[in-house]
Structures are given as structure tokens and as C-alpha cells.
Write a protein that binds this ligand. Structure first.
Ligand code: FES
Length: 251
């Protein structure tokens, strides 16, 4: 028996050209199993062509569709409507926090991507012959190396959900954020002095308040909070090793 559609009100954050923000309500008939992104696309197609939002892959691989849905960070392409509301309910859709709004649901991710680049995060890793992790597979046709199995996408999608959920990023503009710290921890075996310096600061691991909100919202199980704690341990170990080394040299 076909499921009867639900009637749901989508309240969507709107802001253009730095004007005062507001929310536009759209009453929609929805299939509870369709994704929040599909409903947003229908609103754009049939009700308001000026609505702006980001998406690409539709299968949780590109990280482009991150938004706040009823106050929680989600990849909207894999969030079914039934997971966030009920028949007759309301879904509030907002852009990610801790990023500047460009237009409606689109935020400026450039500073975040630049910070990831600064810590040498590679979103594609050469791993000839190594098994893929977490079931994440390179997109077919991306390059001949990918097709030959010589590269794989690393786990972090650079979607920014962790940055949006982070209470420290909300109060401290200097804090580099969970994804950047996780990207440094991934390189733990070969930390350069500039990475150690970046991590060993209040912009880095010592700025984190251990709220674990980043880990709660990460869609690809990177566990940034655990990585930050691990990186703290590594920095303490290095600090103590340096101290003993200096003492021995002085004796
Ligand atoms: S559209 Fe690519 S992750 Fe959602």
C-alpha cells in the first residue's frame, strides 16, 4: 500500500547581499523517505528560483550539501525527512554556522579549504594496492590513477559540519577547528615543525573544549574529537621528551 504523503512546512533561512536575514515558509507535500535536499530542490524548481543552496553528488561523497536542519548539522542528501520531523511538522533549514553567509543556504567555505591546505591535508591519498576504508570509493572516471586503484579519497569530506557544530569555533574566530586538527593528527607519524607549532597553540588543540559535538555530526566517522585528544597526547609526549633531553644534555 502506497504511503500517504506528509504535509510539512519548510522554513528556510534567506539572506542576500548582507541584507537582514529572515525565514520563508514553504508548505510541501513530501514522501517521508525522500531526502531534505530533494524537498529543497523541489521548492527551488516549483516555488522559488531565487533560492540558493549547494549540492553535487547526492550520495554523501562531495560534502557540498551540509546545512543545519532543525538545529543540527546534516548532509541533507542523506537525511530523510522522517528523521527530522513528522506529519504536519516543521523543518527549519539554515546555513552552516561559523562561516560567512554568501546567499541563503550557501556559505563561504574558502577560509576552511585554505586552512586545510595550509596543514597539507590531501583529500586524495596514493595507496597503491591498499584496501579502501569506510567503504568510501573514488568516483569512477576521476582520473586514470583512480581507475587503476592507485588513489583513494581520504575519509574527511571537508563538508564543514564539524566546524558548524563546534562551540569553540562559535566563540573564537582564531580557532582552526576540528577538521584541521584531525588533518594534522592523520600526519602524526611525520609531523613537521610548522604542523607541531600550529597544533600546539590556542588556535590548535588547546583551544578545544572537548565538547565532542564535531564527532557527533561527522558523516564519515573521522572522529575529530578523538583525534584532537590523541594529538594533545602526542604533543605532551614530545614536550616531555624534549624536557628530559635538555636535562640530560645539561648534566
Ligand atoms: S550532495 Fe554531495 S554530499 Fe550531499
Amino acid at each position: 500500500m502506497a504511503l500517504r504523503p506528509w504535509q510539512v512546512t519548510f522554513k528556510i533561512f534567506r539572506q542576500k547581499n548582507g541584507e537582514k536575514p529572515h525565514y520563508d515558509p514553504f508548505v510541501q507535500e513530501v514522501d517521508p523517505d525522500e531526502s531534505v535536499l530533494e524537498v529543497i530542490e523541489r521548492i527551488w524548481a516549483f516555488k522559488d528560483r531565487s533560492l540558493t543552496y549547494r549540492h553535487a553528488c547526492h550520495h554523501s561523497a562531495c560534502g557540498a550539501c551540509g546545512m543545519r536542519v532543525n538545529g543540527s548539522e546534516k548532509l541533507t542528501c542523506i537525511t530523510p525527512v522522517r528523521a527530522v520531523t513528522r506529519q504536519g511538522g516543521t523543518v527549519v533549514v539554515e546555513p552552516l554556522r561559523n562561516f560567512a553567509v554568501v546567499s541563503d543556504l550557501v556559505v563561504n567555505m574558502s577560509p576552511f579549504y585554505q586552512a586545510m591546505e595550509r596543514v597539507h591535508y590531501a583529500s586524495i591519498i596514493p595507496v597503491a594496492g591498499a584496501p579502501l576504508q569506510h567503504g568510501i570509493r573514488p568516483e569512477k572516471g576521476r582520473s586514470s590513477e583512480v581507475e587503476a586503484g592507485l588513489l583513494r579519497l581520504s575519509d574527511c569530506l571537508e563538508c564543514g559540519l564539524c566546524v558548524s557544530a563546534c562551540p569553540t569555533a562559535l566563540t573564537s574566530r582564531d580557532y582552526l577547528g576540528p577538521a584541521v586538527m584531525a588533518a594534522i593528527q592523520v600526519q602524526k607519524g611525520q609531523l613537521t615543525s610548522d604542523l607541531v607549532e600550529t597544533a600546539d597553540s590556542h588556535q590548535g588543540v588547546w583551544g578545544c573544549h572537548s565538547a565532542y559535538e564535531c564527532t557527533a555530526v561527522c558523516p564519515s566517522f573521522v572522529e575529530p574529537a578523538w583525534r584532537i585528544m590523541d594529538l594533545r597526547g602526542e604533543l605532551i609526549k614530545r614536550g616531555l621528551a624534549g624536557l628530559f633531553h635538555r636535562r640530560e644534555a645539561a648534566e
